[in-house]
Design a protein around this ligand. Structure first.
Ligand code: HEC
Length: 247
């Protein structure tokens, strides 16, 4: 019995260690909630404030987002849209692909469907797992997206952290670095929890954007359940009725 539970414990810890040692470190799930309109609104605001300088969302229009997120035209244009874009415009920016490549070595990709490509957990971890690394051109590195050319654009909010790696040399003489944790070098404007909430809302917005129809599907869900329940009930009554005389 004892042996079994030790074995079980071991099995539970192995995947954690393995994922930390591999390339993309995923430390915790995003836990986004696409049904929370206030979370989506906050996420949209963060996106327009901090991401649209470099990234576009070219398959989305401001008016569509406003409608889906329950914002009026005034709310959208006054508190979210920071450029001179029009309400019906696509969510683009002024950066050309060439300039992006020139400045960062890699052009910032369009983010409309990034949540489909990467998944919410990857996105969430990417945005919380930056650390300082003087060997990188931007001064930043990332445990989830190693050697990315995107700088830590939210560093004032999160603060500055460094990563601790455990270097181990195996029998063949290859060294492996395993992430053991982060250490705060300088506090940011937000507490750790508040920063994670901000990133969670932002990722929630990216998830919505990758498939706006999710919201519609969600709003149908209670009706589908109700229909199924009613249908089952009537089917049951029918069955009782049919089989009453057969025994
Ligand atoms: C200063 C410019 C800049 C800003 C601002 C910026 N990014 Fe980036 N981003 C980049 C660059 C450059 C890349 C390409 C990185 C690479 O491939 O190594 C990138 C890549 C990404 C990727 C990875 C795409 C992929 O799968 O390859 C995601 C996700 C992303 N950015 C999200 C964001 C979010 C969310 C924000 C706002 C908080 C943001 N970015 C703000 C420059 C920027």
């Amino acid at each position: 019995m004892m042996k079994k539970s030790i074995l079980l414990l071991l099995c539970m810890t192995i995947p954690v260690v393995a994922s930390a040692a591999g390339g993309a470190y995923i430390g915790e799930p995003a836990n986004t909630n696409i049904r929370s309109q206030s979370s989506l609104q906050k996420g949209a605001k963060t996106f327009m404030n901090y991401c649209m300088g470099c990234h576009t969302m070219q398959f989305q229009r401001y008016n569509r987002v406003a409608e889906d997120l329950g914002l009026t035209e005034d709310e959208m244009m006054e508190s979210l849209v920071l450029t001179d874009a029009k309400f019906t415009d696509k969510m683009t920016n002024a950066m050309s692909k060439e300039h992006g490549e020139q400045w960062f070595g890699k052009a910032p990709p369009d983010l409309t469907v990034i949540a489909k490509a990467r998944g919410v957990d990857w996105l969430y971890n990417f945005l919380i797992n930056y650390y300082v690394d003087p060997s990188r051109p931007s001064g930043w590195n990332n445990a989830t997206f190693p050697n990315t050319s995107m700088p830590h654009v939210l560093w004032e909010l999160q603060g500055i952290r460094k990563a601790n790696y455990n270097e181990e040399v195996d029998a063949e003489g290859n060294s492996h670095a395993e992430l053991t944790g982060f250490e705060t070098v300088e506090e940011g404007q937000l507490s750790e929890e508040a920063y994670k909430d901000l990133v969670r809302d932002l990722v929630n917005f990216l998830d919505y954007s990758s498939e706006p129809a999710q919201l519609i599907r969600m709003s149908y869900a209670p009706w589908v359940l109700l229909f199924t329940a009613l249908f089952t009930f009537f089917a049951y009554l029918l069955k009782v009725n049919y089989f009453r005389d057969i025994h």
